[in-house]
Design a protein around this ligand. Sequence first.
Ligand code: NAD
Ligand code: UDP
Ligand code: UDP
Length: 314
Amino acid sequence: MRILVTGGAGFIGSHLCERLLHAGHDVICLDNFFTGSKDNIIHLMDSHRFELVRHDVIEPILLEVDQIYNLACPASPVYYQYNPVKTIKTNVIGTLNMLGLAKRVSARILQASTSEIYGDPREHPQTEAYWGNVNPIGIRSCYDEGKRVAETLMMDYHRQNDVDIRIIRIFNTYGPRMAEHDGRVVSNFILQALRNEDITVYGDGAQTRSFCYVDDMVEGMIRMMGAEEFIGPVNLGNPVENTILQFAERIIALTGSRSRIVFKPLPQDDPKQRRPDIALAVAKLGWKPQLDLDIGLERTVAYFSGRIRRGSAG
Ligand code: NAD
Ligand code: UDP
Ligand code: UDP
């Protein structure tokens, strides 16, 4: 198959491109390199089945493909808040363009939605039936509401134009190739620990997140793309929940770091708790995360250690 991955030079996208290539597909990686990097995909460039297109999804594009994974969008609060209007355009106009493309060439399209569509959830854990608690005018809204509109567009193209859609709601995912400056908790804590710098816990660290290793996520994405008679939305994530303070302590123990934990102000609208209910993914896709958090973190620590050694982590 010929498969388009938008945002393919990013963290999750690069792992997805790699898996799809290894499975024998032709892969077109489309990216504007806002948060992605050629370093993430350089090892794929030798394959004649891999093509790289520098393009911004907010501009229309004509391609002939069988499947589209729509991942283009900065994922970390630091980057999606850097240019919030652009974030909204990417989610709304970008998704519209990819749906127009899917409609024209009759491709199946999978949208990378997010647990952020649940906002600061009043239901715990979050099931797909929950409509969420999202601030429409806050600093996270460009991302949260943008992703909500993207889901709406997917459903309306499906109902109105019979486009073959799949929607996944990704919960916090981590692993090698996370960008070191994007301010996400996993990369921040690991880099701080490896450098014996203070570990910056925001708020009192009682807020919770559940972390899924990227290989497990990619497996879930591919299963969802291949699912018949099931369009989602479906939660993909790891249901093992940690407080951020526990997580900081775990990273210190894992790295043998001399870092101290310091407390910084909690960013506005930071969700207090987040854990996916993955019963639907288990039932419909036979999917659940396989990798233990400590093993996934060890691999991620090894990746960032390597970057520090090579001098490429600034
Ligand atoms: P990332 O920032 O590493 O990757 C996003 C990629 O999209 C980058 O390569 C970036 O350059 C590209 N991009 C951004 N705007 C673009 C545009 N206008 N046109 C073309 N390319 C553009 O983030 P990631 O963690 O790999 O996330 C991938 C997708 O998964 C995103 O849609 C994100 O919202 C979603 N997601 C990720 C997580 C997570 O924990 N990593 C959680 C929920 C949802
Ligand atoms: N589009 C695109 N590539 C295609 C087909 C459509 O980028 O191969 C864009 C198109 O420019 C439009 C959007 O997708 O902005 C929605 O297309 P659709 O055909 O649904 O709507 P229309 O063009 O009729 O407004
Ligand atoms: N966080 C933190 N210290 C950091 C970076 C993040 O305590 O250096 C917290 C953040 O406030 C949030 C959690 O870790 O409660 C996850 O943050 P991240 O930006 O990784 O993802 P998201 O908030 O989008 O889930």
